[in-house]
Structure formats: C-alpha cells, structure tokens
Design a protein around this ligand. Sequence first.
Ligand SMILES: Cc1cc2nc3c(=O)[nH]c(=O)nc-3n(C[C@H](O)[C@H](O)[C@H](O)COP(=O)(O)OP(=O)(O)OC[C@H]3O[C@@H](n4cnc5c(N)ncnc54)[C@H](O)[C@@H]3O)c2cc1C
Length: 339
Amino acid sequence: MNQRNSAIWVFADYRNYFQNRVTLQLLAKANELAPGLDAEVCAVVFGCETDEYVAEYIAHGAHKVLVVEHPNLKEYSVEKYTIIMEKFARAYEPEIILIGATSFGKEFAPRVAKRLDTGLTADCIGLEITADGNLLQIAPSFGGNLMAEIITPDHRPQMATVRPGTFQEFPHNDDMRGEVVRLKIPEKMPPDRLRLVAYERQPVRDQRLEEAKIVVCGGRGMGSKTKFKKLFELAGLLSGEVGATRPIVYAGWVDDETLIGQAGKHIKPRILFSFGISGAIQHTAALTDADFIIAVNKNPNATMMKMADVAVIADANQVCSALIKTLKERIQSKADYSN
Ligand SMILES: Cc1cc2nc3c(=O)[nH]c(=O)nc-3n(C[C@H](O)[C@H](O)[C@H](O)COP(=O)(O)OP(=O)(O)OC[C@H]3O[C@@H](n4cnc5c(N)ncnc54)[C@H](O)[C@@H]3O)c2cc1C
C-alpha cells in the first residue's frame, strides 16, 4: 500500500452496474483530485466473484483496486461492509473516501464516518482540493438556499457522498493498468442482525433520467395523478424521460426515482420541458446543466418561467395535450407519407 497515506478511495457500488454509473463518475473525479495530493486512486470492492467489476474499475481510472471477497459478502450488507471499511480505513489511512449517494451509500457512509470519528458531507455537487491540501466539499445547505463549502481539516479520512450524475465518467479504456490487492475479510465478523428475505429488482427505465437528452418534468400545476400521467405519453413520443418535483413524489403519483432536485437527481438534458413547476431552489439546483428549458406555467412570475429559454403562460395540461396531439399527427403523417 501507499505509505504516504495519499490515497483517495472510491467505494464500489456495483449493484445494477450498467445502470448505476456513480462509482465510475467518482473514479473520474478522484483522478482529477489526485494530482493535488499526489495520491493514488483506489476502488474498494467488497463482495463475491467481483473480477468483472474490478477490471471495469481499472478501465475507468482506478490505479489500484482493493478487493475483499467472501461468499458471506455476496449480498450488500450495511453492517458487514461498515465493519470491513472501518478496519481497512484504519489500517491504510486514506486521505479521502468517496461514496455514491445511492440508497445503499446513504446508509453506509454515515456509519463509516461515525466509526472513523470523522466528518461526512452528504450529497456533494462539487469537490476540489484547496491550496493547503484539504478536500473542499461543496453541497447544498439550509434547504438548498445556500451552497456550503466544507472542509475537514482536523480529521482523516475526509468523507463525502456524491449524487449519481454529478460528475462525468471516463470512457472505458482497456489499455489502462492497475494493481489489484486482495485483502482478507476480518476474522471476527459479528453475526448478522439482518436477514435478506427477498431481493426484487425495480423495473428498469428505458434510459437513465440523469442521462436522458429530453426530460419532461411535471409539478403540482399538473393538477392530479391522472393528468400527470399524460407526461409519460409525451415523454414516450419524444423518446425522453419523466421527472417530477417533490410534492408529486410525496403524493405518490410517481416513484422517488423520478425526483429531480437537491434530494433527487441532477439532470443534464438537451431539452427540458417543465410543466406546472414553481422553480424552488431545491428543484432548480439540479437543472443547472440543462441546455434549453421550456416552461409552462399560469404564473408568468414563477421562478421557473424566469429561468426558462421559452416561457409559455398557459395551462400545463392543455399545452401537454396539444403537444401530444401535434406529435401524434406528425408521426401519423410521416407514416402515411412513407407508405
Ligand atoms: C430540504 C428540502 C429539500 C427539498 N428537495 C426537493 C427536491 O429535491 N426536488 C423538488 O422538486 N423539491 C424539493 N423540495 C421542495 C421544494 O422546496 C418545493 O416545495 C417544490 O419543488 C415545489 O414543487 P412544485 O413546483 O411542483 O409545486 P409548487 O411550488 O406548488 O408550484 C406549482 C406551480 O404550478 C403552477 N400552476 C398551478 N396550476 C397550474 C396550471 N393549471 N397550469 C400551469 N401552471 C400551474 C403554479 O403557478 C406554481 O408555479 C425540498 C424542500 C426542502 C425543504
């Protein structure tokens, strides 16, 4: 291991590997940070039969992969993984540990930070190295009204979670080389207090919301669950994905994978349609990378209307229905023409 303690660890969350790219995004970011610390970038993999992922992490920028493999680690277990992470972090003293803010990461990271007696900044949207070698962790704070810049000068490791979609992954490169270090699972693992009864995969979307080129996003101004469903039809016609604001998710009109904002996903579409959304900072913080925004709202003074490239003062449902009708007619006329 690196004796200078200059390592940036990235916890490998490889569940649903091809959909969930956050580990690869963190590896790319860690590579950007590493020169400022003269550090190596390590992916930390716990599990069973992980060779395929280990190779992927090297191809995406890991200089080193620390692997702890054991049949008992086949299923992700927050308790076991916390114990293992603590043990090896104490032994090897990385400068920084980065963890994806996935459902698992959000449970796992605070436990590790507590055991290591260090700080943790959740849901970072920016990471930099300061002139004096600290990790500057930039995260929305006070309900998203402020961007906090946080450092952890007196404790190590410096820990942060980052939302999927915040950083860009490196392209896969088979020419990349990395060292693989295999570590033994600690001998004294406590008995499981949790038992996995069943594992059910959520239905997979056609594409990931974070990567969709067109996003159709709806808010409370859509009026009802039934009316909100029209957005799925519109998104389908545009080959896009549907996003929603928090009240919509809380009302149970859509699942929480659809949430866009500080507590949800950061998106970067070429075109964003925003229907009946006021534009609260907690929502708009996740729209900063959208290229072109078309907002529909009855209130011309809504923040969302002011930040839009095209602001349509109208009823969201009526505009949505009109767009669906027009698109269907266009598709139909194209089909007629080609026949
Ligand atoms: C800690 C914290 C975290 C949060 N995280 C998030 C987050 O991640 N994502 C998120 O979205 N929110 C989040 N919120 C909530 C956020 O503050 C707002 O409450 C929320 O974004 C508002 O959603 P909305 O725009 O759908 O609803 P509203 O604010 O109620 O706006 C509805 C809009 O629809 C318009 N409208 C009404 N009727 C029509 C119509 N018929 N046609 C057209 N327009 C119409 C209205 O003029 C209004 O502008 C968070 C809040 C807190 C405190």
